[in-house]
Design a protein around this ligand. Structure first.
Ligand code: NDP
Length: 246
């Protein structure tokens, strides 16, 4: 290749990224991906150990003061947050007739209201900077539904309307808000499923397997990247084809 025909790519800017719940599972893998890509990564987490290079602020997404305090700590250490990945989530599966108010409310409070608390706090700095990438980790179950998961699927479907409203409200400020909807991923959450259930699910997935957390992280990295600046309010499935048609 001649000297003139070589393309010189601009150096990738290191950004301040917050991933909630980076101590394990999908959140851990997402945080590791951003570290590998050269970003300055922090997490709001409750317990456990963190991947190398990730700054940790103890916080609970079900508590507004705790979220706001953790953001203040992260901003003091790394600067304004430019990328937010709302990943922290729980399940409290139960059949509808036996589902308690507490189990329904708790799942909504962590998965949906928790994401709202983080986005509200992160958006202040993003609006000021006229730049931001918001990624909400939903689930194929959000739109596909799941028996025994009325609370969980309602919380995950709620993230779609939330991201789309955020897009309409602050999308003109250089901020995007997207949803990544994983199918079945090899983590503690799926390891807890009985073997027969796991086999049943695998048979229904066109790809014939569960995914690795890094495959979710790759989609998050793309939608949070500068190449995805014109993608907002989208739902990106990472589900081996399970939920197609939504
Ligand atoms: P894990 O159960 O392995 O991890 C969940 C993470 O969320 C942990 O870091 C946990 O922290 C954190 N968390 C839970 N509640 C809170 C809270 N109140 N405040 C702060 N952090 C909290 O789950 P996965 O990695 O499997 O899932 C990550 C996300 O991906 C979730 O939103 C989940 O719904 C979604 N998802 C997962 C799928 C899968 O197949 N695994 C499929 C589709 C979506 P702690 O360790 O302290 O409990």
């Amino acid at each position: 290749m001649s000297e003139e025909s070589k393309t010189v790519l601009p150096e990738r800017r290191s950004r301040v990224v917050v991933v909630t719940g980076a101590n394990r599972g999908i959140g851990r893998s997402i945080a590791q991906r951003f570290v590998a890509d050269g970003d300055r990564v922090a997490t709001i987490y409750r317990s456990g150990d963190l991947p190398d290079g990730v700054f940790g602020a103890i916080g609970d997404v079900s508590d507004t003061a705790s979220v706001d305090g953790a953001f203040a700590e992260i901003e003091a250490e790394l600067g304004p947050v430019e990328v937010l990945v709302a990943n922290a989530g729980i399940t409290r599966d139960q059949l509808l007739m036996r589902m308690s108010d507490e189990d329904f409310d708790q799942v909504i409070n962590v998965n949906l209201t928790g994401a709202f608390r983080c986005v509200r706090r992160a958006s202040k700095g993003m609006i000021r900077a006229r730049y931001g990438r918001i990624v909400l980790i939903s689930s194929v179950v959000g739109l596909y539904g799941g028996a025994g998961q009325t609370n969980y699927s309602a919380s995950k479907a709620g993230l779609v309307g939330f991201a789309r409203s955020v897009t309409r409200e602050i999308g003109s400020r250089g901020i995007t808000a997207n949803v990544v909807a994983p199918g079945f991923i090899n983590t503690d959450m799926t390891a807890a499923l009985p073997d027969a259930k796991q086999a049943e699910y695998k048979a229904a997935i066109p790809a014939g397997r569960f995914a690795e957390p890094a495959e979710v992280a790759a989609a998050v990295a793309f939608v949070a990247g500068d190449d995805a600046g014109y993608i907002s309010g989208a739902v990106i499935p990472v589900d081996g084809g399970l939920g197609m048609g939504h």
